[in-house]
Design a binder for this molecule. Structure first.
Ligand SMILES: [Zn+2]
Length: 217
């Protein structure tokens, strides 16, 4: 299992109490649904564990969605989903596996990913091979470094927004871009009505940063 992110997956250690709670949860019909009556006895432990999972993965993703890199900083549970990469409803054994968890925005999770398994190379063997990057057609949130496949540049100032994804040649880049319809998130409202003659937003940003720096000086 390759792990290019920080803090490393090995830093996340289940306490004995958490292990016991998870083991019990996996014997019930909905192991992730701590609200369920079956999980009443271990609810508090699971809730705390799930909070810990979210904080851990927010750190690993620099508080960004693992699929579209939307900024999730300060978003709370209405914005941030704990994401099961291999869907828990189809592969319940992976429900609490830390490398199968990450953080995603609602758009990527609910609108595109849901419980689809089309991104898996082999549905039959994923349970044993889930720790391997090459078993996934998209950029894996834990085993791949997003910026090595897709670079996202975004800049906003007041009402102006710029978002652009630049893909590498790797097939995972194109797959991720189209699977999550990242094109729909691209926008450049700096070109309109600004009276600024520039085709390169990088130049625009550089100019603007220079302005800001000189104002600060
Ligand atoms: Zn997203």
């Amino acid at each position: 299992m390759s792990d290019p992110l920080q803090p490393p997956l090995t830093d996340f250690v289940f306490t004995a109490e958490e292990e016991e709670a998870v083991e019990f949860a996996l014997t019930t019909s909905k192991p992730w649904k701590h609200e369920h009556d079956d999980l009443k006895g271990v609810r508090a432990v699971l809730v705390a564990l799930k909070d810990r999972v979210r904080s851990f993965h927010l750190k690993r993703q620099s508080s960004k969605c693992c699929y579209c890199r939307m900024n999730l900083h300060g978003g709370g549970s209405f914005i941030v989903d704990r994401e099961h990469i291999v869907p828990k409803d189809k592969y319940r054994d992976l429900t609490y596996v830390i490398s199968n968890l990450s953080v995603a925005c609602k758009r990527c999770n609910m609108q595109f990913k849901k419980d689809d398994v089309g991104f898996l190379i082999s549905r039959d063997t994923i349970l044993t091979n889930h720790g391997s990057s090459d078993q996934y057609r998209f950029i894996h949130p834990n085993f791949d470094k997003y910026s090595q496949f897709i670079k996202k540049i975004s800049y906003e100032e007041d009402d102006q927004v710029y978002v652009k994804y630049t893909k590498s040649d790797h097939p995972k880049a194109e797959y991720t871009y189209s699977y999550f319809d990242l094109r729909a998130l691209e926008v450049n409202s700096f070109d309109q009505g600004q009276g600024i003659d520039t085709s390169s937003v990088t130049n625009l940003i550089r100019e603007r940063l220079d302005q800001l720096v000189s104002q600060l000086g």
